[in-house]
Design a protein around this ligand. Structure first.
Ligand code: B1M
Length: 210
């Protein structure tokens, strides 16, 4: 097996120490940071993402794989910054106002980072005005709002209204998700898209930001 194949296997196995040393070994062999990301880290996370979707593995395994991926990414981040390679896009994520659930949101963030996106995590209980402020200051390609409670879903619509009131709605794609959220609800509040799970969120955001 090549170093990059071993790296993908380390991600799948959730072995953070091996992921770090294999990332360093791949660079020493002359692989570029983007090749290491695509053929090592993302190749591994793609397998994790498919297994998670097929319910062959569950949240703990995904979190462990994501941690391994992060230890590889930590080695590459300074190189990516200095070589000027562009991220797949910028995304601002948060749980809706009043909502303290963050496991699903964090999974979406990890999958997005695995796919090469730069993500700002605003955390939980994020007020509409805070999303507006992030759009004005950071100019992300997309914002993602997660809601697990039927009582916090309306805050997603309020966020879209606040973006419109601040004249920035057309500058950013809005993606929503979370267990009680549906495509129908996304259409109702004028979101650009809805994703039922973390891997679908990555595909959706990739398509929306081109
Ligand atoms: Co809460 N809780 N909870 N809870 N909790 C639910 C959501 C509930 C369904 C449980 C139940 O009653 N059966 C229920 C909601 C009922 C409703 O509104 N219809 C509920 C309730 C009522 C409450 C409290 C009100 C309980 C109380 O205090 N009386 C309270 C509210 C707190 C608040 O938010 N203000 C509360 C608190 C908590 C804990 C703090 C104990 C804990 C959260 C810990 C944490 O997140 N750090 C908790 C938990 C763990 C759950 C359950 C058991 C599990 C949620 C979870 O993490 N799932 C949940 C029951 C359930 O969902 N079956 C429940 C795993 C996670 C990977 O899935 O978040 O769905 P999920 O994310 C998925 C997709 O939805 C999607 O991708 C993810 C990965 O595939 N996704 C997105 C998520 N966000 C996305 C965003 C996207 C795209 C896709 O784009 C932006």
């Amino acid at each position: 097996m090549s170093v990059l194949e071993n790296l993908a296997q380390a991600i799948i196995a959730g072995d953070a120490m091996a992921a770090k040393s294999l990332t360093e070994a791949a660079l020493q062999e002359g692989a570029t940071p983007s090749t290491v990301i695509k053929e090592g880290l993302i190749a591994g996370m793609d397998v994790i993402s498919r297994r998670f979707k097929a319910r062959e593995i569950f949240v703990p395994e995904v979190l462990i794989a994501a941690r391994a991926m992060h230890s590889g990414l930590d080695v590459l981040k300074p190189l990516l910054a200095s070589s000027g390679q562009k991220a797949a896009g910028q995304v601002v994520m948060g749980s809706a106002k009043g909502d303290l659930h963050d496991i699903g949101k964090n999974l979406v963030i990890m999958m997005l980072e695995g796919a090469g996106f730069e993500v700002t995590d605003l955390g939980v209980d994020v007020a509409p005005e805070r999303f507006v402020q992030a759009v004005q200051e950071q100019k992300p390609h997309a914002i993602g709002i997660s809601s697990l409670l039927t009582t916090t879903m309306p805050a997603m619509g309020k966020t879209i209204e606040a973006l419109a009131a601040a004249n920035v709605r057309d500058q950013v794609k809005v993606v929503i998700g979370g267990a009680p959220v549906t495509q129908r609800y996304a259409d109702e509040i004028g979101a650009d898209g809805y994703a039922p799970d973390a891997s679908a969120a990555v595909e959706l955001i990739k398509n929306l930001v081109g």
